[in-house]
Design a protein around this ligand. Structure first.
Ligand SMILES: Nc1ncnc2c1ncn2[C@@H]1O[C@H](COP(=O)(O)OP(=O)(O)O)[C@@H](O)[C@H]1O
Ligand SMILES: [Mg+2]
Length: 259
């Protein structure tokens, strides 16, 4: 049993146990993840950082249930994840909105199959349009709004589904610095209101330290290592965080070189 198993009083939301993933391409085996274990608690914000190709996106796809593990397992509130579910939603870097649907229709799209009245659906869409500051733009098409606004639509259209877990794969990486900071603040304010468990992949150390409760620094498996080296760095700073404070810099240095 790993020492973290009693960390969350009501049990972890995500419990990754000895997770391994091997891809096979042209009869060659490519081991990407091996023996990876960690847990995420209710409402916890975890950032994952690590060099390109170390398996961050693969891990997110496994958590989403888009691909199956080669071995090991992932439990969501104690139950094995066997496929995608409405409890776990994903936001990617280049989120493909439906270009022919308006902002409002994109946000409401995922509610189509839900057992809610039309009025309830509309109320939810209105609430999330407001939360991401796009009420005025509800009738615009994705092609008519900025990259930052598109990512706000991408965020709203998964949050409207009330997922317990939000999986984010470098969602702000393509945005300019100023828009990115606005999106980080927006995400934190939404998270403080909605309290999902967030797993957020980034390659930006500052972003990880600004956002997360804990940052997982992931290493690559090589011929010699048999399990993924990971370091979990707690970020015990109050929010909003002052990026040029000494504590912030020290934590950023620790995330940069956790060994
Ligand atoms: N579907 C796949 N088939 C074969 N190899 C893959 C597949 N997906 C990812 N990989 C390989 O797995 C490794 C990790 O990829 P990825 O998870 O995208 O890394 P990261 O997101 O950390 O940059 C890379 O070497 C990549 O080429
Ligand atoms: Mg990736």
């Amino acid at each position: 049993m790993n020492v973290m198993s009693n960390q969350f009083a009501s049990g972890p939301v995500l419990d990754v146990q000895g997770l391994s993933k091997v891809f096979s391409v042209n009869s060659e085996y490519i081991p990407v993840l091996s023996g990876l274990s960690f847990q995420a608690g209710p409402g916890e914000f975890i950032c994952i950082i690590g060099q390109s190709g170390c398996g961050k996106s693969t891990l997110l796809k496994l958590l989403a249930g888009f691909i199956p593990p080669t071995s090991g397992r992932i439990l969501f509130k104690g139950k094995n994840i066997t496929g995608p579910g409405p409890d776990r939603c994903v936001v990617f870097q280049e989120d493909a909105l439906f270009p022919w649907l308006t902002v409002e229709e994109n946000i409401g799209f995922g509610l189509k199959g839900r057992a809610l009245s039309a009025a309830e659906k509309q109320a939810r869409v209105n609430r999330f349009l407001d939360l991401v500051g796009l009420t005025e733009f509800k009738n615009y098409l994705p092609g008519e709004i900025s990259g930052g606004m598109k990512q706000r639509v991408a965020l709203a259209r998964v949050l409207v589904l009330s997922p317990e877990v939000l999986l984010m794969d470098e969602p702000f990486a393509a945005l300019d610095a100023q828009t990115r900071e606005q999106m980080q603040n927006l995400l934190l304010s939404l998270w403080e209101q909605l309290k999902q468990t967030i797993i957020f992949v980034t390659h930006d150390v500052r972003e990880a330290v600004v956002l997360s409760d804990r940052t997982m620094v992931m290493g690559r498996i090589t011929g010699k290592t048999i399990i993924n080296p990971i370091h979990l760095v707690p970020i015990p700073l109050d929010r909003p965080r002052i990026q040029n404070s000494r504590e912030f810099m020290e934590l950023a240095a620790q995330v940069n070189d956790p060994s």
